[in-house]
Write a protein that binds this ligand. Structure first.
Ligand code: CU
Length: 171
């Protein structure tokens, strides 16, 4: 019994570590710390991740989208359909106040410069996401790169601090 207790204890320590290694590899890219955050009751949200290019070849993230086959969403006017935009935060005239802006020019990624999409900085802005998607465990977003093309990345939804590194079930 004592052995079992010790074993469980070891497992409980090891588990978060192994779970933390939710690294998604796609071609020459590595994605880590991916998450999507939706405020309660809001259909807009943001997605964050760290992106590393593992080879000495520059690329550029130029767009992102969420794919759905739901006709009731696809038949809506363009601006009411689910969509994803590349955003960044920029300083305003008021000290300490940041504003969001679109970055349609894209985000460069090279081996020397891992790119962080994080709160208060670059992020993927998520608009008009249906409740069914927001209430799920995770969403898949398709990220489009200039050279590498489309890459599908999994984002756990609203991970709490306790399980902020929960595993992605889909790679
Ligand atoms: Cu934004």
């Amino acid at each position: 019994m004592k052995y079992l207790a010790r074993l469980l204890f070891v497992f409980s320590i090891l588990l978060p570590v192994s779970v933390m290694a939710c690294l998604q590899k796609h071609g020459t890219f590595e994605f880590s710390d991916s998450k999507a955050i939706f405020m309660k009751g809001a259909d807009a949200g943001a997605a964050y991740f760290t992106l590393t290019q593992t080879v000495s070849s520059d690329d550029k993230l130029i767009g992102a989208r969420w794919e759905t086959t739901d006709e009731s969403l696809l038949s809506k006017p363009l601006l009411q359909r689910p969509r994803v935009e590349l955003h960044d935060h920029v300083p305003t005239e008021k000290p300490g106040i940041l504003a969001m802006k679109r970055t349609p020019e894209g985000v460069k990624v090279s081996k020397q410069e891992p790119v962080k999409f994080e709160q208060g900085g670059k992020h993927l802005m998520l608009y008009n996401f249906p409740e069914s998607a927001r209430n799920g465990k995770e969403i898949q977003l398709v990220l489009t790169f200039e050279k590498a093309g489309d890459v599908t990345v999994t984002f756990p939804i609203n991970p709490t601090n306790g399980d902020k590194d929960k595993p992605c079930s889909h790679y």
